[in-house]
Design a protein around this ligand. Structure first.
Ligand code: OOG
Ligand code: MG
Length: 264
């Protein structure tokens, strides 16, 4: 996949998109101005945003896959998955009152995350290899917040926007990778006490570990890999649910407890 943008354009777009995140303002999707930009260009913009944060002293505390379920692919109208990074300040505690003003138009997703204990590298990592390289599986909720107006984008624009990353909450339970079949793990999301979404792990690429394998594959495009000790969110099992100030979300996981957050 070839690049069409100059290094200077990549830097300018990174600054533009990151400023929208930091200032919490909506912008138009960047492919409106750069219709010919490629997924490789978008990947370069995302990595430049990551460097900007690291240069400012932020730590990168994990990686995420996005658009790995049919529910999400249909909801957002894109064709294939994307990935992103998690910065330290994206983290909120289970039970937290999350300041609504940290976001533009937050949406909540129920996910499963893997913590790796071996490097995962290359294009043909299998589900079994991911499980063999996993220390723990943990429930996690993501709070996505596209910087694009009305949450409307294409795959290129969302990749450049760090795949809408802005928040995540890790549950207090964890399990070893052999504890159950993660494809049949049940998940129920409640908003203000009512069930709004439900699903099972297989919604994510037939098995959430397949999402970790796909991340290794996508990182190989830029000569990167998943280092041992990485926290990887595998993508929403259900569609994402829009949050408003005052909303409380509880996501209940089969045998793995629940995660609650409220928007203050
Ligand atoms: C892109 C990010 C999607 C997921 O889990 O599927 C995502 C978006 O829908 O804004 O994080
Ligand atoms: Mg997600």
């Amino acid at each position: 996949m070839s690049r069409t943008l100059s290094e200077q354009q990549v830097k300018e777009l990174a600054e533009h998109v990151e400023a929208a995140e930091l200032d919490r303002v909506e912008i138009l999707k960047i492919t409106d101005d750069y219709p010919d930009m490629s997924f490789a260009d978008a990947t370069a913009v995302q990595w430049e945003i990551r460097r900007r944060k690291e240069n400012r002293g932020n730590k990168i505390v994990g990686l995420k896959m996005g658009l790995t379920s049919w529910a999400k692919i249909h909801q957002m109208g894109v064709e294939k998955p994307c990935y992103g990074f998690l910065a330290d300040y994206f983290s909120y505690a289970d039970g937290a009152k999350v300041p609504f003003n940290d976001f533009i138009h937050p949406k909540v997703e129920a996910e499963v995350a893997f913590v790796t204990n071996k490097d995962l590298r290359g294009r043909d990592v299998t589900v079994d290899e991911v499980l063999a390289a996993t220390e723990l599986v943990v429930p996690a909720v993501e709070i996505i917040d596209s910087r694009y107006k009305d949450f409307k984008f294409d795959l290129t624009s969302v990749m450049a926007d760090n795949s809408s990353s802005r928040g995540f909450v890790i549950g207090s339970h964890s399990a070893t990778p052999d504890a159950c079949d993660w494809s049949t793990l049940g998940v129920v999301m409640e908003k203000n006490g009512e069930i709004v979404q439900l699903g099972a792990g297989a919604a994510v690429l037939d098995h959430p570990a397949a999402s970790v394998a796909m991340l290794a594959d996508m990182l190989a495009d830029v000569d990167e890999y998943i280092p041992a000790g990485t926290f990887v969110m595998t993508g929403g099992i259900t569609a994402a649910v829009l949050a408003e100030p005052g909303d409380t979300f509880t996501v209940r996981y089969q045998n793995l407890g629940s995660i609650t957050l409220s928007f203050a």
